[in-house]
Design a binder for this molecule. Structure first.
Ligand code: ZN
Length: 267
């Protein structure tokens, strides 16, 4: 299994990343992607990934950090790192009041423009999208930005059936967190049933969103992605082993072959 989205550069994991990754490997989580929130963090995620063979990284600016200092050369440099498998997380967040939406839009537009420009230099990567209560604004922006819809994954999807249809119409992937295990999320489980099996992914978003049955535990850790997989299998009435195999195939198709389980790779 792969935890496709966690934040191992956060202070909660300081000095214990090797331990956290070893604990995850013990329950079958063979790879993790640590996601950047600022351009400075992009240099940290890639440096951390360089230290751990089965840890990969992203480079980008999270909408809730769009009022922090931002250096596009820094992001490009992180993107060139061999362990950097994606751009992001980028997007819009209308759940929180700050930073103002205008600031979020400004950074989103600039970030997408840079990603397009870097593409013409041959730096092509999939993109992790953060979208909270902003589907009707964000999906049309992504549809028009000139990047193919199947290059996006909507991480920590927490929308309803209408939102998931918008995302699927774009052609994007949909990734679920521990929120799927929360008793008060029946609409989310309904939405999860609508996603074609080859467009699903799972993640923890650690240190946040500990799933049931470890919901009170902080920080959340990559090893807990097993609970997300179990919840997804349960709501879709799918065979857990088959679903896990498919989720691995999806993540490797999207993020690259390096993400494939080391034991499954041909010699
Ligand atoms: Zn995140």
């Amino acid at each position: 299994m792969i935890d496709t989205h966690c934040h191992l550069t956060f202070p909660e994991f300081s000095g214990r990343v090797a331990h956290v990754l070893a604990d995850a490997a013990l329950v079958g989580v063979h790879s993790c992607i640590t996601i950047a929130t600022t351009t400075a963090d992009s240099l940290r995620t890639t440096a951390l990934a360089a230290e751990h063979p089965r840890l990969f990284a992203s480079a980008g600016v999270h909408p809730l950090y769009s009022d922090k200092p931002c250096d596009w050369d820094e992001m490009r440099r992180a993107g060139m790192h061999p362990k950097c498998v994606a751009w992001g997380e980028l997007g819009l967040d209308q759940h929180h009041e700050t930073p103002p939406l205008a600031t979020q839009h400004e950074v989103l537009d600039a970030q997408l423009a840079h990603i397009r420009a870097w593409e013409s230099e041959g730096i092509v990567k999939p993109i992790i999208v953060h979208c909270r209560k902003a589907f009707e604004h964000l999906v049309p922006i992504l549809a028009k930005c000139g990047i193919a819809g199947n290059r996006f994954v909507f991480h920590c999807f927490t929308g309803d059936s209408t939102d998931v249809r918008r995302v699927l119409d774009l052609g994007a992937y949909v990734s679920f967190t521990g929120v799927l295990t929360f008793p008060k999320a029946p609409e989310l489980r309904e939405a999860a049933k609508l996603v074609p099996v080859d467009r699903l992914m799972i993640e923890t978003d650690a240190p946040f969103l500990s799933p049931q049955p470890v919901r009170g535990v902080h920080p959340n850790e990559p090893k807990h992605v097993v609970h997300v997989a179990a919840a997804l299998a349960l709501c879709r009435r799918a065979n857990l082993a088959q679903l896990n195999a498919q989720l691995d195939v999806n993540a490797a198709r999207f993020f690259g072959e390096a993400l494939r389980s080391p034991t499954m790779q041909s010699p």
